[in-house]
Design a protein around this ligand. Structure first.
Ligand code: 13P
Length: 339
C-alpha cells in the first residue's frame, strides 16, 4: 500500500491502539529518573526505552506509534539494532518531537510560546530519513489570574499551524498539541472556556495555513478541574465537558484525537478516556498519547535494575492494555484490581 498522510494518521488511531509518548527531553527524563534515584546517562536512557519497546505484546496489540526524542531516534539497542527498528518490527510507527520547548513569551508575563520553527523543514527531512512518519509539537497554555491572554493563544496557534504545514510538506503527519495545563486552582468550567478558545484559534490557524485535516492528529488536554481546585469534576463530567468542547471546535475531517495525560493519575486517565468512548457516536477516534500515565508504573517497577525488567514490562503491558480497552470504551475498574 502506498503511504499517505491519511493512511499514516488512520494507522495512528487504529481501533484499540494509541500512542506511547516517550519523547521526554533530557531535562524531563532526568526528573523522571530522579524519582527512582537513577542517574540520567545515555546508556540508562537507552536501556529504559529499549525495555519498553521490547515489550512485545504491549507494542504489537496496543501501541500504534511511539514519539521519540532526538537522541532516541538515533540510538541503538544493546545488541546494535536501531531502536527505530524495534518499534517497526512490533508493527508500530516511529514519531519524533520537533519543538524546541516552551519559552517565556516576551511582553506576556507568566505565559509561554513554543520555539523551533527555524530550520524545521531540514530537520523534518532528516527525521523522515531516520524513519519518523509523524511528529509532535507541544504548545503550553497556563491558567491563572489574568491568563491566558488571546495574544499567547494566537502566537502558539500560529506556530502550531506553521509546524503542521511544514510536516505535511515533508510527508510527516503532525500531531498538533495545544496543552491547557491542569496545574492551577481553576474549575473545570474555566478549563472548558480556555480549551474552547484555544481549539477554535488553533483550527482557524490550521485552515489559514492550508493544513490538510485528514492528515492531522490532535493531541489535547481533557476538560478537567485544576489540580489545586477544591471541587473535582467527576469522571462522567470530564467526559461530557470534553466531548462538548470538541463537538464545537474540532472538524469531523480530523481522523483522531489522542489525549495527553498531563498529570492525571494512571487510572483517571484511563477512566476518562473510557467514559468518552462509552458515550460514543463521535466523528473522530478518541485514543491516548500518554507519557506519564503509561510510564509511571513501569518506571517505578524497573527502578533501574536489570532484575526488574520482566516486572516493569508486565506493568507497561497492563497500562497499555487498560488504555487500549478504554480506546474502545470496554475498560472496567475491576480489571485494574484483577491485575
Ligand atoms: P503526559 O501524558 O505525561 O502529559 O505526556 C504526554 C506528552 O507527550 C506531553 O507533551
Amino acid at each position: 500500500m502506498t503511504e499517505t498522510l491519511e493512511s499514516i494518521a488512520e494507522a495512528m488511531v487504529a481501533p484499540g491502539k494509541g500512542i506511547l509518548a516517550a519523547d521526554e527531553s533530557s531535562g524531563t527524563i532526568k526528573k523522571r529518573f530522579d524519582t527512582i534515584n537513577l542517574e540520567s546517562t545515555e546508556s540508562n536512557r537507552r536501556d529504559y526505552r529499549e525495555m519498553l519497546f521490547r515489550t512485545e505484546e504491549a507494542m504489537k496489540n496496543h501501541i500504534s506509534g511511539v514519539i521519540l526524542y532526538d537522541e532516541t531516534i538515533r540510538q541503538k539497542a544493546k545488541d546494535g539494532t536501531p531502536l527505530v527498528d524495534l518499534i517497526k518490527q512490533a508493527g508500530s510507527i516511529p514519531g519524533i518531537k520537533v519543538d524546541a520547548g516552551a519559552k517565556a513569551m516576551a511582553g506576556f508575563p507568566g505565559e509561554l510560546v513554543t520555539e523551533g520553527l527555524d530550520g524545521l523543514r531540514e530537520r523534518l527531512a532528516e527525521y523522515y530519513d531516520l524513519g519518523a512518519r509523524f511528529a509532535k509539537w507541544r504548545a503550553v497554555i497556563d491558567i491563572a489570574d489574568g491568563i491566558p491572554t488571546m495574544g499567547c493563544i494566537e502566537a502558539n496557534a500560529e506556530a502550531l499551524a506553521r509546524y503542521a504545514a511544514l510536516c505535511q510538506e515533508q510527508k510527516i503527519v503532525p500531531i498538533v498539541e495545544p496543552e491547557v495545563l491542569m496545574d492551577g486552582a481553576h474549575t473545570a468550567d474555566r478549563c472548558f472556556e480556555v480549551t474552547e478558545a484555544t481549539l477554535r484559534t488553533v483550527f482557524a490557524r490550521l485552515a489559514a495555513h492550508r493544513v490538510k485535516l485528514e492528515g492531522t492528529i490532535l493531541k489535547p488536554n481533557m476538560v478537567v478541574s485544576g489540580k489545586k481546585c477544591s471541587t473535582q469534576a467527576s469522571v462522567q463530567e470530564v467526559a461530557e465537558k470534553t466531548i462538548t468542547v470538541f463537538k464545537r471546535t474540532v472538524p469531523a475531517a480530523v481522523p483522531g484525537i489522542v489525549f495527553l495525560s498531563g498529570g492525571q493519575s494512571d487510572e483517571d486517565a484511563t477512566a476518562h478516556l473510557n467514559a468518552m468512548n462509552a458515550i460514543g457516536g463521535l466523528p473522530w477516534k478518541l485514543s491516548f498519547s500518554y507519557g506519564r500515565a503509561l510510564q509511571a508504573a513501569p518506571l517505578k517497577a524497573w527502578s533501574g535494575k536489570a532484575e526488574n525488567v520482566a516486572a516493569a514490562q508486565r506493568a507497561f503491558l497492563h497500562r497499555a492494555r487498560m488504555n487500549g480497552l478504554a480506546a474502545l470504551g470496554q475498560w472496567k475498574a475491576e480489571l485494574e484490581k484483577a491485575a
